[in-house]
Ligand binder design. Structure first.
Ligand code: PBG
Length: 332
């Protein structure tokens, strides 16, 4: 006797065995979907743990090259680099961003020299790791972040990174017009092949705290970033941001943070049908680590479930501090 009014609608049938679940699975997560953010610091053999990002360190360039090898071996296609700039190299105008020998450029050159095209290198364009005030751009006397003056510096920063060998320029600053300006400068300087992944919909979020510790900007930051990063209440505006950045020449776009903004990932993917990436940011990583440490869930399962959720929402890939761990889990 059956208890179902419509036995032909037993959705549990396909879930009964592992082979059947595999056969009907709609979305997949592989190491190729992961981008690994790394923090570069000065020195040699330097490994500086970041207390608010347990398990993540800043590494000096020589150790970053080793991390790149681990990523290649695990099937991760791309690294994202961020610098921890020494205090005496931070300034009001963030000029260290333009130094061809800054930490970012040295790391890019070293990774490319050691590994060539075995792995891609994505570099962050924004001034916050270099400014003495922790804002992503130049500020006026009142502390307001200036748009067009900042874009001029970001163009120089992007060219500096491209000359060092960056494969993907990733502006995370949220100034208006920077994608078009950077695209034009890259074309004009012989870097037409260099991609731009725009942080197109980046929100003024409370989830960035550990990152600001990692790049050393948390204690420096005065005020907030709400005059340029998006209001968490808005989703339509994210579509306008994405449309604008694509029109200006972005090859792919990013939504950031990740899990709290999966609706935005899905809407952007549906509206534009372009490669969309999501950044599972530092505060999200820290939450998963804290939940696992508190016994609230299994760490590996939490990591894989959250990353798969981004794929279901339509993301081509995810920037995540769990990238190496997740890739190794996926490789078995
Ligand atoms: C700033 C930048 C931030 C992150 C990436 N680039 C922080 C911010 O906007 O203050 C955050 C990434 C993370 O939290 O993991 N250009």
């Amino acid at each position: 006797m059956t208890h179902a009014a419509f036995p032909e609608l037993r959705l549990r049938r396909t879930r009964r065995t592992a082979w059947s679940r595999a056969m009907v699975r709609e979305n997949h997560l592989t190491p190729a979907n992961l981008i690994w953010p790394l923090f570069v610091c000065a020195g040699e053999g330097a490994d500086e743990p970041i207390a608010s990002l347990p398990g993540v360190s800043r590494w000096s360039v020589d150790l970053i090259v080793e991390r790149a090898k681990e990523a290649i071996d695990a099937g991760i296609p791309c690294l994202a680099l961020f610098p921890y700039t020494q205090a005496d190299r931070r300034s009001d105008d963030g000029a260290e961003a333009l130094n061809p020998d800054n930490l970012m450029c040295r790391a890019v050159r070293a990774i490319k020299a050691a590994h060539g095209d075995a792995i891609g290198v994505l570099t962050d364009v924004a001034l916050d790791p270099y400014t003495s005030h922790g804002q992503d751009g130049l500020i006026d006397a009142s502390g307001h972040v200036l748009n067009d003056e900042t874009v001029d510096v970001l163009v120089g920063q992007a060219l500096n990174q491209a000359r060092a060998g960056a494969d993907i320029i990733a502006p995370s600053d949220m100034m208006d017009g920077r994608i078009g300006a950077i695209r034009a400068a890259l074309e004009g300087d012989g870097f037409g092949h260099v991609q731009i992944m725009s942080y197109a919909a980046k929100y003024a979020s409370a989830f960035y705290g550990p990152f600001r510790d990692a790049v050393g900007s948390r204690g420096l930051l005065k005020g907030d970033k709400k005059s340029y990063q998006m209001d968490p209440a808005n989703a339509e505006e994210a579509l306008r941001e994405v449309a604008q950045d694509l029109a200006e020449g972005a090859d792919s776009v990013m939504v950031k943070p990740g899990l709290p903004y999966l609706d935005v990932v899905a809407r952007v993917k549906a509206a534009f049908e372009v490669p969309v990436f999501a950044y599972q940011v530092s505060g999200e990583y820290a939450m998963i680590e804290a939940a696992a440490a508190a016994g609230a869930g299994d760490r590996d399962a939490l990591v894989l479930e959250t990353l798969l959720a981004f794929r279901r929402a339509g993301a081509s890939g995810i920037l995540t501090y769990h990238a190496l761990h997740a890739a190794r889990l996926l490789n078995g």
